[in-house]
Design a protein. Structure first.
Length: 27
């Protein structure tokens, strides 16, 4: 269960980084 939580957090962080990169590219 802990592993799943870690995976979820990691995915969230990756998504945030991806969004930032996208913002940089578009803006």
């Amino acid at each position: 269960m802990q592993v799943a939580a870690e995976s979820k957090t990691l995915a969230s962080i990756t998504f945030q980084n991806y969004f930032r990169m996208y913002e940089k590219l578009s803006g």
